[in-house]
Design a protein around this ligand. Structure first.
Ligand code: FAD
Length: 444
């Protein structure tokens, strides 16, 4: 790492101004009657707030580059409230619906390789995080979206195939494609075990000497256009030279002035895991593909635990990720069952093995946000995954870490993922509460 450059960019030249992780600075502990957070008595160069996929992978790569980084999260890496705290996430590159789709698709293709490299490097003695399933996009007719996907894959040299209906039936006999004459096949796509992946990044971060704090923090110490500390709910002030806000759907709560009207976090997504018939391998990896059809996305049961056949749809509206119920209503489960059964008739009567509900964190334009806070020169905002960031974990983390130390390794992404100046009014999604997410026009 070019440390001199890093110090210049982050303002860490002002190291002498930081005071370390002072404890009980505000007297809040008594007022709120909370146990104090356990904090190493040190002031890191970079404090990452949020241990989801954005924060944890950024922290890992920062540490890997020799940066003294610390992570604070109110619950822990990929906790069950976090959007990254899911069993599995899909990893495909068919993103021609996004405004900056050339970057999205390039990054997703790169990420597929990065997940495999991660497994080769860090999980060799355990079950891999990434499994290749391929992804089949089923549609009634040709669309500019499908054409753009193919064009972009041609430009990237990514393998894909148009499959005619008979070929789909031949390759995937468990799939009823009778309503969808068009099929676009991406053989390299797959599924990553999401919670395990974030925890793997956390493990590497720890092994490299990275520190964690479990606390909820508020950025309330500002001086001269710089953030000078964040305060935990039990009253300690954490200081650092540079702060990275990676708070997922909490960003509007944590940074209300900047993110209050720049991130939609009220819509929830519902994931349902259906059982697969015992002893029937048709709906398990590697026999069944990941799929996307009008109404949702899904994938087969994957090793090592074959947790179930996964389907997702948009969910209800809830304003606050701290208090929202993570219960998926029965009507939504049954709606998903109907949708799954339309594509995979043999699953119609399978039991529900589990459900997950989490908040989407959609930016105004559906692009990621990776930018410096407009009012605090030493604070970064990273997030706005817009329903699709998980797959980009290692690529995002490495890019963000490089930006923080002053290296712009992808100027196209830097331009594309700026904080949008436009604001919108927070509102509940119109239309049906638990159909496909009506506020997410980016999801094909
Ligand atoms: C239903 C659903 C399905 C999805 N499917 C896919 C998919 O198939 N493929 C894909 O690539 N993506 C998918 N996504 C999107 C992807 O999961 C998200 O974009 C990504 O996980 C967001 O990560 P994050 O790090 O921004 O946020 P999070 O994972 O939510 O992490 C934010 C962290 O910040 C912490 N935090 C918040 N406030 C504070 C505070 N004040 N103090 C301390 N800590 C704080 C939280 O505890 C949390 O751990 C899906 C999303 C949903 C909702």
């Amino acid at each position: 790492m070019d440390r001199r450059k890093f110090l210049g960019v982050t303002g860490a030249g002002a190291l002498g101004l930081t005071t370390g992780c002072a404890s009980a600075g505000t007297g809040r502990a008594e007022a709120r009657d909370l146990a104090p957070a356990v904090i190493p008595n040190r002031s890191p160069e970079v404090l990452v707030i949020g241990a989801g996929v954005f924060g944890m992978f950024a922290a890992h790569y920062l540490r890997d580059m020799g940066v003294d980084a610390m992570v604070v999260d109110q619950h822990g890496p990929a906790n069950l409230r976090a959007t990254s705290g899911a069993e599995t996430r899909g990893v495909r590159s068919s993103y021609a619906s996004r405004e900056h789709h050339p970057i999205w698709m390039r990054w997703a293709v790169q990420s597929i390789e990065a997940w495999k490299e991660w497994d080769a490097r860090y999980t060799r003695d355990r079950a891999p995080l990434f499994v290749t399933t391929g992804n089949i996009l089923l549609r009634e007719e040709m669309s500019p979206y499908l054409e753009r996907c193919a064009e972009q894959w041609d430009a990237l040299g990514t393998e894909y195939e148009w499959l005619d209906p008979d070929e789909v039936k031949y390759r995937f006999p468990m799939l009823d494609n009778s309503r969808y004459p068009l099929a676009l096949w991406e053989p390299g796509a797959g599924v990553v075990r999401a919670r395990a992946a974030v925890q793997s990044a956390a493990e590497q971060f720890r092994r490299n000497g990275g520190h964690f704090v479990t606390a909820k923090v508020t950025p309330d110490n500002v001086q001269g256009g710089r953030l000078t500390g964040v305060t935990t709910d039990s009253g300690e002030v954490l200081t650092a030279d540079t702060y990275v806000f990676a708070c997922g759907p909490w960003l509007p709560k944590v940074l209300p002035e900047v993110m209050g009207n720049r991130l939609r976090a009220r819509t929830m997504g519902y994931v349902v895991y259906f059982g697969t018939p015992p002893g029937d391998h048709r709906f398990q990896w590697p026999n069944c593909p990941s799929f996307g059809a009008p109404g949702g996305t899904g994938w087969p049961a994957v090793p090592p635990d074959y947790v179930g056949f996964r389907a997702r749809s948009g969910g209800a509206s809830s304003p606050d990720p701290d208090t929202s119920s993570r219960h998926v209503p029965l009507e939504s489960v049954e709606r998903q069952r109907e949708w799954v059964a339309g594509l995979f008739p043999a699953l119609a009567d399978q039991p529900v093995l589990g459900t997950r509900a989490c908040h989407y964190e959609s930016s105004i334009d559906g692009n990621f946000i990776i930018d410096v806070h407009p009012g605090w020169e030493n604070a970064w905002i990273v997030g706005g995954g817009s329903a699709e960031a998980f797959k980009q974990g290692p690529t995002l983390g490495s890019y963000i870490a490089n930006r923080i130390i002053g290296r712009d390794i992808d100027p196209e992404a830097t331009e594309g993922f700026r904080l949008n100046e436009e604001e919108f009014e927070q509102r509940d999604p119109p239309g049906e509460p638990d159909g496909p997410d009506p506020l997410d026009p980016y999801h094909p």
